[in-house]
Design a protein around this ligand. Sequence first.
Ligand code: PA5
Length: 520
Amino acid sequence: MSKNYLCEDWKKSMQLSFDFNHMMADFAADARAAVRSNLRKIAHTLEGKELDKVQASIAKLSDPPGRLLKKNFIEPRDLSQLADRLSAAHDAVQSARGCVDKMMMWTELPYNQAQVVADINETAKAIREKFENFVVLGIGGSALGPAMVQQAMNNLRYNEQCACRRSGPKLYIEDNVDPERMVSLLNLLDLDKTCFNVISKSGNTSETMSQFLIISDLLKQRYGKAYGEHLVVTTDAAKGNLNKIGKADGLKMFVVPDGVGGRFSELCPVGLLAAAVTGIDIEEMLAGAAAMDERCKNADYMKNPALFAAGAMYAAMDKGMNIHVMMPYADSLKFMADWYAQLWAESLGKNVRRDGTPCAAGQTPVKALGVTDQHSQVQLYTEGPDDKVITFLRVGQFRSQITIPVGCSEFPDVAFLCGKTLNQLLDAELSSTEYALLKAAKPSWRVTLPEVNAYTLGQLMYFFEMQTAYMGELLDIDAFNQPGVEEGKNAAYALLGRKGYENKAVELNARPEADPRYVL
Ligand code: PA5
């Protein structure tokens, strides 16, 4: 593997950039005024329908006393008024780094895993040599990260490629207990050629443990005591049932470090093993995370992208922007929106502040994909309620390029596409959506990845984790627990008769039967 990330020039060229202009009222006002003035210049050359169109645009861009801009965009003073709180958020996050009790060990993952990485790479090599399929069994934070990295880094049709073109076994990430999905997988797999990685931080989650029971039963039937040759377990170092089973049966085990929560675990063995199995350079990914960490340590919010992003989003929420749309313009980043949705929703959706007072915190994440969702959701984003911020993920250089061939010259409304690349088309569509939003006075911002590689992906993940941590401080909530998820997990245990959950079963069974009037 090339060690590009050891070269400073390459690292510089791969630095992510964050453009918040389209969230800022001053920029939006200038941009809208400039467009208006240009339109006025051309208006007198037009007549009829063309003139009507331009006049309608001018009217849209005229924002009497800056009403919409003030309402929807952030003014520099909104941020300067937050300066003290941003500084406090910065200090709180930075001083909690590496603290297990505060679930802040994830900050250290780029630095403290040399031995683990060596073990992962060795295990991954052995798996690549021996198996044709690698199946991740997990849910939530134990599955979304591996799926996101696989989609970002490997060929978009990875599993459909022949083995000689793949950098590892086929990869399946099973994050549900839908029986049809499980049966279809089992019908597909040749057990002799399959290795399973069961991932559960708690080692107790019903969904993952059910999957484990089904798979280990099949493996035991075929291989007896040697069933562990087809299994790798990733779980807590000491706690949980998966840990106990793994130790008792002598299974190969990786540890989810103490102080690393599920949704912050992609950069530990939870995500690194699956990535390494498919040939991804996990050291490069960690180097990317370390580089972003440096940027996010800066106490000046104008120089710290995660702190600025948290401040901007907090200010936007203050203006009623309670929905956050994550819209990558690249299929490779499609599942980044899924991974991010969990990180943002589970971390920030809380009903108590840290001092115990009630609140209703959080911003609803929405997943979208450019350009696909331009033809589905963007109508709502441009003309619907003023309650959204759109984040675009843009890729500078794609790994493939395709030119639209010349043809249809007799149809100029089609022929204008000829000779352009799909890359140009995608980029033009992103810029046009951004512009349409600006014209409609809706805020957005964009993150540009010079390319999608392990280094830029590591930066992006770490950036979002830091933004979430800073946001948790601004909202004054615990961003690292998930009592709402636990409530559901406990209720499921009770319904399924788990020992120790009898009282929960009584609580649940107290519910009356459904009122037939409301069942239609
Ligand atoms: O972020 C979290 O903590 C959760 O989403 C968990 O990842 C999810 O509930 C699965 O838990 P576990 O890994 O313990 O099986």
